[in-house]
Design a protein around this ligand. Structure first.
Ligand SMILES: Cc1cc2nc3c(=O)[nH]c(=O)nc-3n(C[C@H](O)[C@H](O)[C@H](O)COP(=O)(O)OP(=O)(O)OC[C@H]3O[C@@H](n4cnc5c(N)ncnc54)[C@H](O)[C@@H]3O)c2cc1C
Length: 407
């Protein structure tokens, strides 16, 4: 039986530029992850998706621990931190260390995508929705994707419409892949208003809202996604986020932070796969010596340590620049690519180094659960969602060559 894995990042990572408030938040989030998430992680990461499987208990536990306060200002019940984006992403890394699906659904979805969008709305909307979000009293969804479009959020591609009527809008359409929708109270919906896109807050208990059963996916099983169908749903004008026609800007602003969250999540996953497998190969012997004594694995783990620290530095730097109010888009894009790819590469090699045990979910005869196969399955979506990595590379290429060349 393996001993408790050592956290290698403690020796290999350097916190040079992290402010004291960020270090305190990381400590707090790690305590929560170790004490609350770790015991639940195997079930969260391996139980197939079911409508009744939505983990209200985990949302409530995150709320009870105060972690939903971190992104927000004090006027809505938040912490009022100086570097809220940085602190929020540190929480993502810590939660992602044990359960990427839970971190993606209950923190990136709830606190970042929905939290950021609500925070950009009128003060009335902020006061109405952010305090209950912080307390875990409402489940929120963020919906841009549709069956026929997701990467391309142009007006010509979008099919969901909001038609002006007296006092508000009537919405028709179908959204796809919507995280948390099976338990959602509100959905922040990007829809077409004539020749522009507008973001509306739709009460999911309204007449005309139908949520399908959750999709069955390769990974992120704790993140339930499903289609939402909207048939003649009335939305009051007061539920519009920003001006009519400002929806794409609002959505992309939230997605930019969300994708930095995916970067931090990738770093957390990579670190967990690194820690678990590095411990294992120090103990497991082949040909009379530990697997770690073979130079092949020493170089492989050295390369991964470099890649993890680079990815961590990138997301933290992007977050701090954003918190200082400076343009952060290219760094956020670089961070998304680095964090998501290091998770895939590290988990693949961790499985190889651990052999058959890396490939196992549970060794039934020993009654021992193994985490690496779930990390490998969960890592892949990081390269796709919240802006596929090709699109992130396109954003970086724009900085190099200019829009005139890249489009
Ligand atoms: C687990 C999960 C949770 C999700 N949660 C949500 C949610 O809560 N809300 C929501 O709105 N959506 C959500 N999504 C949708 C997700 O954001 C989309 O799957 C993602 O944006 C990709 O869109 P698509 O699947 O339609 O792929 P497409 O848009 O069809 O793209 C397919 C592939 O084309 C390639 N590609 C695209 N553009 C370019 C380009 N410019 N250059 C080169 N190649 C390119 C990329 O490799 C991309 O992966 C979720 C998806 C999953 C799987």
């Amino acid at each position: 039986m393996m001993s408790q894995p050592k956290r290698y990042a403690t020796g290999l990572s350097n916190d040079l530029w992290l402010p004291a408030e960020a270090l305190a938040v990381r400590e707090e989030a790690r305590r929560f992850a170790d004490n609350v998430l770790k015991p639940l992680a195997h079930g969260l990461n391996t139980t197939p998706e079911k409508r009744e499987g939505f983990r209200h208990d985990v949302v409530q536990a995150i709320a009870n621990a105060g972690l939903y306060e971190i992104p927000f200002s004090t006027d809505v019940g938040g912490r009022g931190l100086r570097y809220p984006t940085l602190a929020t992403l540190l929480v993502m890394e810590e939660l992602g260390y044990y359960s990427p699906g839970a971190a993606s659904a209950f923190y990136d979805g709830q606190a970042i995508l929905c939290g950021q969008t609500l925070n950009n709305a009128s003060d009335k909307i902020r006061q109405a929705y952010i305090p209950p979000l912080i307390k875990g009293e409402i489940v929120c969804c963020f919906a841009t994707s549709e069956p026929d479009t997701s990467t391309d959020l142009s007006v010509s591609a979008m099919q969901t419409t909001a038609k002006r009527v007296e006092g508000g809008y009537v919405v028709n359409g179908r959204k796809r892949w919507i995280t948390n929708s099976v338990a959602g109270d509100i959905v922040l919906l990007l829809c077409k208003t004539g020749n522009t896109l507008t973001m509306l807050i739709v009460d999911m208990h309204s007449e005309g809202v139908k949520v399908f059963d959750p999709d069955l996916k390769m990974g992120n099983h704790a993140q339930l996604t499903a289609d939402i169908e909207l048939s003649n749903v009335f939305v009051p004008e007061a539920n519009r986020v920003g001006e009519e026609g400002a929806g794409l800007r609002v959505a992309l602003g939230s997605l930019m932070i969300g994708r930095a969250g995916i970067a931090a999540l990738g770093v957390g996953m990579a670190q967990r796969a690194f820690d678990f497998s590095a411990n294992y190969i120090c103990e497991r012997e082949v040909f009379g010596k530990p697997i770690a004594a073979f130079q092949h694995w020493q170089f492989t783990y050295a390369d991964h340590a470099i890649a993890i620290e680079n990815a961590r530095n990138l997301y933290q730097k992007a977050a701090m620049i954003h918190d200082k109010g400076e343009p952060s888009l290219p760094l956020m894009a670089m961070a998304k690519v680095s964090g998501s790819e290091v998770a895939v590469n590290m988990s693949r090699d961790a499985i190889q180094a651990c052999g058959g045990y890396g490939f196992a979910r549970t060794m039934t005869s020993d009654n021992v659960d193994w985490p690496l196969e779930a990390i490998y399955r969960d890592a892949k979506i990081g390269e796709i969602y919240e802006g596929a990595n090709e699109v992130q590379r396109w954003a970086v290429a724009r900085e190099i060559f200019g829009r005139g060349v890249t489009g």
